[in-house]
Design a protein around this ligand. Structure first.
Ligand SMILES: Cc1ncc(COP(=O)(O)O)c(C=O)c1O
Length: 353
């Protein structure tokens, strides 16, 4: 019986555990050194800080990734509401949709995925392989809608249709980025800080891919609660309007902190790094492909071309420019996404072996 209204909290910081939660995450996810990767960067002439990686690609649910932490609380909320169907949305290669399909399967629920055809990437694997293939295997009902459809109208239609079929649907917005979903990263922040403390490492920065903002909002809310303060750098892999994205993430961080009865995070805590999304969301950059290969070949760790690869390319660039100093340990939060590699195989077959 994994569904619980948790009462296993051991400290005030873990007040997050009083929320309904369906256990999915294999925790703690590993925290390890990126020694060989950092040495490879140094060989390229870079002054590189001590680099650690928090392996949330290993959260354990059907390919892992950051959404599994959010889904523990979203599923808790859905089950408390008596839902029998999880409905969510994303791009065709959405990692969030795949993890939602898996979470529904693990809880014995039905999943309906509304996938918007928004990314102009026309290679063959994009539509049928990667996450899309896993959605199918996981038994989700999939509907692909044109990228220019009006989202609210589509969601209302789908919810009405499901109710008409006698189902009790629960809607999870893009990326699971609600104040409930973000609780997963309040807990994730706490887990990481415990690991750093136990290892005697004072990391001053956490760097990760930011898109719908729930991961960053949860980390920031968690940092307020813990009163330890590594700076949290979200690498923007999604939107062009910087200020709108910062405002949304701050609003969500405040709503998340409020649910926990904690103080409101100041707007300065939302650090969003721009310049790494490339031509647009979902289209890989050359720097991203290069860094994915470098990490794979030095550490045996796989990133993805849409989120974690762009975030790592961003981190390396911030180190190179001196914005991230060489004398302070940095944690890269690997948010997952590896299944999408199979949707972008042609990017990696540029050079004949
Ligand atoms: C692999 C991966 N990393 C990072 C993110 C961004 O997380 P968030 O939407 O919470 O900003 C996503 C979102 O889909 C993702 O799939």
């Amino acid at each position: 019986m994994k569904y619980e209204t948790c009462n296993d909290h051991t400290s005030r910081e873990d007040s997050v555990l009083s929320f309904p939660r369906f256990r999915l995450v294999h925790r703690p996810t590993p925290l390890t050194e990126l020694g060989r990767f950092a040495a490879a960067l140094a060989r390229k002439g870079m002054r590189c800080p001590r680099l650690l990686i928090k392996r949330d690609d290993c959260t354990g649910l059907a390919g892992g990734g950051n959404k599994t932490r959010k889904l523990e609380f979203l599923l808790g909320e859905a089950m408390a509401a008596g839902a029998d169907t999880l409905v969510t949305t994303g791009a065709i290669q959405s990692n969030h949709a795949r993890q939602t399909a898996a979470a529904a399967a693990a809880a014995g629920l039905h999943a309906k995925l509304i996938l918007f055809d928004t990314v102009p990437y026309m290679r063959p694997g994009y539509r049928l392989s990667g996450n899309r293939l896993l959605d199918r295997i996981l038994g989700a009902e999939i509907e692909i809608v044109p990228g220019d459809s009006e989202p609210e109208q589509v969601f209302l239609r789908v919810m009405d249709d499901l109710r008409g079929r006698g189902r009790r649907p629960f809607f999870i917005p893009t990326g699971g980025s609600t104040a409930t979903g973000a609780l997963g990263y309040v807990a994730g922040f706490s887990e990481l800080m415990d690991q750093l403390t136990a290892s005697g490492i004072e990391a001053t920065r956490i760097v990760h891919a930011s898109s719908s903002g729930g991961t960053q909002a949860g980390l920031v809310a968690g940092s307020v609660i813990r009163s330890e303060a590594p700076a949290i750098h979200g690498i923007n892999v999604y939107r062009v309007d910087h200020q709108a994205m910062v405002t949304d993430i701050h609003r969500l961080a405040c709503a998340t902190a409020a649910r926990l009865g904690a103080g409101q995070p100041s707007p300065e805590k939302i650090i969003l790094e721009d310049g790494f999304v490339g031509p647009r969301y979902g289209i890989p950059t050359d720097e991203t492909i290069d860094i994915i290969e470098l990490l794979a070949r030095t550490e045996g760790i796989l990133l993805d071309p849409v989120y974690s690869g762009k975030a790592m390319a961003g981190l390396v660039s911030l180190i190179q420019s001196g914005r991230i100093p060489a004398d302070e340990p940095v944690v890269f939060l690997h948010t997952g996404g590896m299944p999408a590699l199979f949707a972008y195989e042609q990017e990696f077959n540029r050079v004949a072996e």
